[in-house]
Design a protein around this ligand. Structure first.
Ligand SMILES: C[S@@+](CC[C@H](N)C(=O)[O-])C[C@H]1O[C@@H](n2cnc3c(N)ncnc32)[C@H](O)[C@@H]1O
Length: 222
């Protein structure tokens, strides 16, 4: 299975390699995480189970993990990414956060048929399914369906099309730029994602509007 195209993913995240204050050279920085983490945290606080492990698929730089883990304790936060350099960044941000509920990053490609995780109460995936081939969305939702018990929660964040339409001109322009970088990328139809979720044993999508024309999308395992 080919690895995701690393150079273009890092470009799409607008990451910089400059170490954060007090951090190591492994710490990467994605500016979007500082803008979206507050609104995402509000939703996570409202929808996550009160305890248990939260598996984060596609943790990227690890900045979300370092921010969310202490604020969502006593839940355990398990970050993951298929990219080894990004896992080093996750580990470096985790060292700075020094949070006992933040677990070491896992090597996890959502497309893998077997995920190296035994149990989780929730799966969280932020800004991945439009910056990866559709097979990553299929793998993510099938894997979450296998992992989660009834009542378990799958949380997605990012831009989506609704009823076949972009929800804002800025999303249409973003979609075009993604497809120019990689024809397999692009903003997904919420209805197509909800169909995958239904096939994997989840209930209907709950969509919550977020700043900058993004959505939080919550599915509960039936
Ligand atoms: C745009 S970044 C988002 C990272 C982070 N969630 C954030 O919001 O900053 C996309 C991430 O998806 C990861 N990714 C791409 N394909 C993947 C796959 N098949 N399985 C898991 N992660 C994948 C990349 O390595 C990268 O970390």
């Amino acid at each position: 299975m080919p690895a995701p195209s690393r150079t273009s993913i890092l470009a799409a995240m607008a990451t910089t390699g400059s170490p954060r204050e007090g951090g190591s050279a492994d710490c990467r920085h994605a500016p979007a995480t500082e803008r979206n983490r507050g609104p995402i945290l509000e939703v996570l606080r409202a929808v996550l189970p009160a305890e248990g492990r939260v598996l984060e698929v596609a943790s990227g730089t690890g900045e979300h993990a370092a921010y969310f883990a202490p604020r969502l304790a006593p839940r355990l936060w398990l970050p993951s990414d298929p990219d080894p350099d990004l896992r080093r960044s996750i580990a470096a941000h985790a060292r700075l956060a020094a949070c006992p509920s933040l677990e070491p990053p896992l090597a996890l490609d959502a497309r893998d048929p077997d995920w190296p995780v035994e149990e989780a109460a929730a799966v969280v995936c932020i800004n991945m399914i439009h910056i990866a081939p559709w097979a990553a969305a299929e793998g993510l939702i099938a894997g979450a369906g296998r992992l989660l018990a009834p009542g378990g929660l799958l949380y997605l964040y990012g831009p989506f099309r609704r009823d076949g339409q972009h929800t804002a001109p800025s999303n249409a322009a973003f979609d075009q730029s993604l497809r120019e970088q990689d024809p397999a990328w692009g903003i997904r139809d919420l209805e197509a994602v909800a169909e995958l979720a239904a096939a994997a044993g989840f209930g209907p999508a709950e969509a919550i509007e977020m700043p900058a024309n993004n959505l939080s999308v919550v599915f509960r395992r039936l």
